[in-house]
Design a binder for this molecule. Structure first.
Ligand code: NG6
Ligand code: CA
Length: 521
C-alpha cells in the first residue's frame, strides 16, 4: 500500500512536470486524455435474457446487475455475435464477425491463439489511446502456437493481442488445464510436478470419470468424462500441476480479488484503465461458494447467478471506494444465451421451477433462434448516461468502433459500427442489419425481421434439450409481432424472404465456415 502511494505521488510529480513543460497545443491533448473514462466490460458466461430481474421480474433477484440496467441504458435488442463462447469473444475483441474466421469455434484447452497477433484489436486500440489494459477471468481464445509447454511462459496469448495484464482461466471451467495463468505463466506451479495436457488420450494410470466413478462429487450427464479435478469430471486429460489447480468454489472470490487489485493499482494513476472482467458464471460446472449454496432454491445454476450478482455489487463498491465510479464506463453483457443441462447432473433441470432463463425468447445457447444470441446488455456511466431503455439493435461487435469514436481512436474498416450515441443513450438508432452465428450456422436480422436459412441436423439438441433453429425450410419471423418466433412467414411473405436472402448472401460473400456446421454431441 505504502509503495503504491509513493508510486502515485511520483507519477503525480511526473505528470505536473510534464504539464508544465507542455506547449499550449500539447496541453489540450493532455487535458483531453485526462478526461478519458476508465472502461470496464463485465462479461458473463451463458447468462440468459431472462436471468436478470431487470429484464424479467419474478423468480431470480439480481439487484446489483439491475442497478446497471436501471441506472444505465437497458438494451432490449442487444446481441452477442454468436450462440457460443469462443466466437462471441473473438468478435467482441476484434470487431469482426466470427463466421469470417473458420477456426472461431468452441476451442479445446490446447487450441492455439485464435487472434492474429498482427490484428488491431479492441484492447490494442485502447492501449494506443493511452489506456492500461487488463483481462481477469475466462479467455477461451486459445494460447500459444500449438503443442504448448505448460511449464514455461506461454506466448502468444492475451498479452500479445493488446492486454498489458492478464489473469485468466485458459478455456472453460469444465476444460483442462484447471489452473490460472498470470501474464502467460501458470500461477503456483511446482516445477517438480509439471503439467501435461492432452485432448486425445489419457496419461497412463491417471484416473478418469470412466475408470474411477467413485471419485466423483459431481456426475457427468454427457461429455465431461475425462480427467477428474476436485471431484469434478472435465473435458480433456491433464496430468501434474497439483499445487496449481484452482479451487472451483473459490473461483468467484478469486477473480473478484484480482479484478479489485487491478482497480486499486490503477485507480490513482493519471492513465485511464480498461478492464475486461470475464466472469465464469453460470457456465458449467456450477460451483457456488458455500455462502451461496441453496440461496436461489434453484440449485447450483441459480446459486451461481446470485453469487455473480454479489460479486458485481462488491466490484461496484470497489469503484466507489476508489472514487472513480463516475469516471468509469461500464458495459455489461453475456457471451451467449442460457442452457440448463450443459453436461452435468446439477439439479438445474429439476429445480428450475417457473424460472425461464430465455425470457420471452425461443431457443437458448447453441441456437439460431433469438435466445441464442440476444442477451442482457447494459451500458452504465454514472452521472453521464441518463437511465433509459433502448430498443435499438446493437451488438457486441459494435463496441470497438463505438469506443473508438468516444476516444477519437483509429478504427479499422471492419464489421463494427459506430453506435456511440446509441450506447450513450443520445440516439435510439441502432444497426439496420446483423448476421448472427450459432455453431457455424448463420441467420440474418434486418429491421424487425429475422431469416433463418435451411440447415440439416436435429431440430432439438437432444442432451441439452434446446431448439437449434434447424429446419429443411427457410424460416422468416417478424420479431415485432412475434418475439417468440412461433409463426414462420416464409411462405406467406416470399418477397421479404427473397429480399433478405439476397442481402444475406451479399454480406456473407464467400465466407467459408458455413459449409461445415459443427457437430454437437
Ligand atoms: C460443449 C460442452 C459444454 C460447454 C460448451 C462450451 C460437451 C458435451 N459440451 O462442447 O459443456 O463446455 O462446449 O460452452 O462437452 S461455451 O460457453 O464456452 O461456448
Ligand atoms: Ca458461454
Amino acid at each position: 500500500m505504502k509503495n503504491q502511494y509513493i508510486r502515485v505521488a511520483f507519477s503525480g510529480l511526473v505528470f505536473l512536470t510534464l504539464i508544465s513543460c507542455q506547449s499550449n497545443s500539447n496541453k489540450t491533448e493532455m487535458e483531453s486524455s485526462a478526461q478519458k473514462p476508465n472502461i470496464v466490460i463485465i462479461y458473463m458466461d451463458d447468462l440468459g435474457y431472462g436471468d436478470v430481474s431487470a429484464y424479467q421480474a419474478g423468480t431470480l433477484e439480481t439487484p446489483n446487475m439491475d442497478l446497471l440496467f436501471n441506472e444505465g441504458i437497458r438494451f432490449t435488442n442487444g446481441y452477442a455475435s454468436s450462440a457460443t463462447c469462443t466466437p462471441s469473444r473473438y468478435a467482441l475483441l476484434t470487431g469482426t464477425y466470427p463466421w469470417r474466421n473458420k477456426n472461431a469455434k468452441i476451442l479445446p484447452g490446447t487450441a492455439p491463439l485464435l487472434i492474429d497477433t498482427a490484428q488491431y484489436t479492441l484492447p490494442r486500440m485502447l492501449q494506443e489511446s493511452g489506456y492500461y489494459t487488463g483481462i481477469v477471468g475466462k479467455w477461451h481464445l486459445g494460447l500459444g502456437l500449438g503443442d504448448v509447454n505448460w511449464n514455461q511462459e506461454i506466448k502468444p496469448g492475451p498479452n500479445q493481442v493488446g492486454f498489458d495484464y492478464s489473469y485468466i482461466l485458459a478455456a472453460t471451467q469444465d476444460r483442462v488445464p484447471t489452473v490460472y495463468f498470470e501474464n502467460g505463466k501458470v500461477v503456483g506451479l511446482d516445477p517438480n510436478d509439471p503439467i501435461e495436457v492432452n485432448y486425445q488420450e489419457n496419461f497412463p494410470g491417471e484416473p478418469t470419470a470412466l475408470t474411477n466413478p467413485e471419485m466423483l462429487e459431481m456426475k457427468w450427464h454427457h461429455g465431461h468424462n475425462n480427467s477428474i479435478v476436485n471431484g469434478i469430471p472435465r473435458i480433456g486429460f491433464m496430468k501434474g500441476g497439483d499445487a496449481a489447480k484452482w479451487s472451483d468454489v473459490d473461483m468467484a472470490d478469486h477473480f473478484l480479488e484480482k479484478a479489485s487489485q487491478f482497480v486499486e493499482e490503477n485507480s490513482r494513476s493519471e492513465q485511464p484503465f480498461f478492464l475486461y472482467y470475464a466472469m465464469q458464471q453460470p457456465h458449467v460446472p456450477r460451483t457456488p461458494h458455500p455462502r451461496f449454496v441453496g440461496k436461489s432454491g434453484m440449485g447450483p445454476r441459480g446459486d451461481v447467478i446470485l453469487e455473480s450478482d454479489w460479486v458485481i455489487g462488491e466490484f461496484m463498491k470497489k469503484l466507489e471506494e476508489e472514487g472513480i465510479l463516475e469516471n468509469t464506463l461500464i458495459i455489461f453483457s453475456s457471451d451467449n444465451g442460457p442452457v440448463i443441462n450443459d453436461g452435468y447432473y446439477d439439479e438445474a433441470v429439476e429445480k428450475l421451477g417457473s424460472h425461464t432463463p430465455w425470457g420471452p425468447l425461443r431457443g437458448g445457447k447453441y441456437s439460431l433462434f433469438e435466445a441464442g444470441t440476444r442477451v442482457p446488455f447494459a451500458v452504465y456511466w454514472k452521472g453521464t448516461i441518463q437511465p433509459n431503455v433502448s430498443d435499438a439493435l446493437v451488438t457486441q461487435i459494435d463496441l470497438m468502433a463505438s469506443l473508438g469514436a468516444l476516444l477519437e481512436a483509429k478504427v479499422p474498416e471492419n464489421d463494427s459500427q459506430n453506435l456511440l450515441q446509441t450506447f450513450l443513450g443520445k440516439s435510439q438508432e441502432g444497426r439496420s442489419e446483423f448476421v448472427m452465428e450459432a455453431t457455424s450456422r448463420t441467420a440474418f436480422r434486418q429491421g424487425d425481421w429475422v431469416m433463418i436459412p435451411p440447415y440439416p441436423g436435429p431440430e432439438v439438441l437432444g442432451n441439452v434439450n434446446i431448439e437449434l433453429g434447424n429446419s429443411k425450410e427457410y424460416q422468416l419471423y417478424n420479431l415485432k409481432e412475434d418475439l417468440g418466433q412461433q409463426t414462420n412467414l416464409a411462405e406467406s411473405n416470399p418477397e421479404k424472404l427473397r429480399e433478405m436472402i439476397l442481402r444475406f448472401e451479399e454480406i456473407k460473400g464467400g465466407a467459408e465456415s458455413e459449409s461445415e456446421p459443427v457437430e454437437l454431441k
